[in-house]
Design a protein around this ligand. Sequence first.
Ligand SMILES: Nc1ncnc2c1ncn2[C@@H]1O[C@H](COP(=O)(O)OP(=O)(O)OP(=O)(O)O)[C@@H](O)[C@H]1O
Ligand SMILES: [Mg+2]
Length: 267
Amino acid sequence: MEKYKKLNDRREVIVLKIGGRFTEEKGNLELLADEISSLEKEYRFLLIHGGGNEVSRFSELLGRKPVFRSGIRITTSEEMDTVEMILAGRVNRRIVRIFRTHGIDAVGLSGADGSIFIGESIGVVSGTATRTGNVVKVNPRLLEIMLDGGYIPVISPVSTDLKGEGLNINADSVAFHLSRVLIPETLVFISDIPGILKGDKIIAHINEKEIQREIKAGVITGGMIPKVEASGVTVRAGVGKIVIGEYKKSGDLKLLIEGNAGTVIDR
Ligand SMILES: Nc1ncnc2c1ncn2[C@@H]1O[C@H](COP(=O)(O)OP(=O)(O)OP(=O)(O)O)[C@@H](O)[C@H]1O
Ligand SMILES: [Mg+2]
């Protein structure tokens, strides 16, 4: 496959994961799009989005109660359709629409497209077969073609298993798996909190050992657990640093990329 250039652009690759609540709040995506657009001279971006909250609300509308274990949604087969509609449909489309009208050459994708990432179900949880899955294989070729072509891939965390059945994969986990293959300089998580909090203080810098300690101590809980647990493996795979923070105003993305805001996780 030598005819496809492999990321031979000199700009650093930034993998950016944006949380569900961030994508919902009016004005956020527009602001972020403008800053991404202004930073494209220096960086190439690849975006992964969550959307758990929106799925939950829709599920509740349909009379289903969302179930979580250690911050990970347990998706029943019936729920999977909703997950796909909301994440690969509504949320992904919203981001692409807004990005494209703010000068970004965005392309919406899910894991099944080009088999960017495929997974397998985590099996039976509390007696229920779940469509919540883990990533088992990453094929970066389509992403490399898009990045080399100047596009910004916008990826929803739904995919397929080997049999072609839908899977809902935690967006943080997707961001980690893609990063371990693409090895960006920086992996940034934009969430609804200014960083990993200890009491009311932001932890400016943390390494893998300290993370395990804070999980055991109950400082890091819920949705923050999948965000930090996989970070050790990811920095050991060669990713320069992982930054977790929030996006409130123009300039915040640059601060996060440079490790001057939020929590920086490295080796
Ligand atoms: N020590 C901690 N510091 C900061 N946040 C924490 C901590 N422990 C748990 N959390 C929780 O983790 C949440 C962030 O994870 P969550 O999965 O909810 O959001 P997200 O990953 O940004 O969005 P999505 O899951 O939709 O992609 C915070 O809103 C907070 O409630
Ligand atoms: Mg999450």
